[in-house]
Design a protein around this ligand. Structure first.
Ligand SMILES: Nc1ncnc2c1ncn2[C@@H]1O[C@H](COP(=O)(O)OS(=O)(=O)O)[C@@H](OP(=O)(O)O)[C@H]1O
Ligand SMILES: Nc1ncnc2c1ncn2[C@@H]1O[C@H](COP(=O)(O)OP(=O)(O)O)[C@@H](O)[C@H]1O
Length: 164
């Protein structure tokens, strides 16, 4: 399982871009993979959850449990979720066998993500029209010191160019 996350800034950081590129690479290597996308999961399995900390925790716990089912079936699960809190990521790490949980941190500055604002969520957050926008809750974010993979913005751009 691979869990894509962001810096202090999460939306539009390039998680989907990286997830798709990884999935294509794995396919070429003959590996079965499935992207468990936060947005999609929140339309079905997790549609009862919002964006306050407890809901994000439950969202990530369920994603981890589903990823474990994929792993049991021999499928690599690319969990494309924000997952801003370390304790939630640690729950997933604990659910999976040792070495199965690979965390990916995408290091992109706020200005860059906000300029992209693919879904217009930054604009809404700045206008106070959505609550719990994690980018504006940076004081409660957990820094990552147990990372497996750290992706610099430049590398994400290269990946995007290659796989677009
Ligand atoms: N506060 C708030 N209000 C409205 N919408 C929001 C909010 N936070 C996140 N999003 C959108 O939800 C997408 C999925 O979020 P996640 O499930 O990955 O978040 S989390 O891991 O539970 O923190 C997430 O997807 P991406 O844009 O792909 O990152 C956002 O589009
Ligand atoms: N390195 C990059 N350079 C330029 N644009 C990018 C880069 N990474 C992502 N994008 C663009 O930014 C937008 C959001 O990217 P996406 O991968 O959907 O982010 P996330 O899944 O984290 O919300 C998309 O339009 C995508 O094409």
């Amino acid at each position: 399982m691979c869990l894509c996350t962001g810096n202090q800034i999460y939306m539009s950081s390039g998680k989907s871009t990286v997830s798709c590129a990884l999935s294509k690479s794995l396919y070429k290597m003959g590996k079965l993979a499935y992207i468990l996308d936060g947005d999609n999961v929140r339309h079905g399995l997790n549609r009862d959850l919002g964006f306050k900390a407890e809901d994000r925790a439950e969202n990530i716990r369920r994603v981890g449990e589903v990823a474990k089912l994929f792993a049991d079936a021999g499928v690599i699960c690319i969990a494309n979720v924000i997952s801003p809190y370390r304790r939630d990521r640690d729950v997933c790490r604990g659910i999976l066998p040792d070495g199965y949980f690979i965390e990916v941190f995408i290091d992109v500055p706020l200005e860059v993500c906000e300029a992209r604002d693919a879904k217009g969520l930054y604009k809404l957050a700045r206008a106070g029209k959505i609550k719990g926008h994690c980018n504006l809750l940076s004081s409660s974010l957990d820094l990552l010191d147990d990372l497996f993979i750290f992706l610099q913005a430049l590398l994400v751009s290269m990946i995007r160019t290659k796989y677009h």
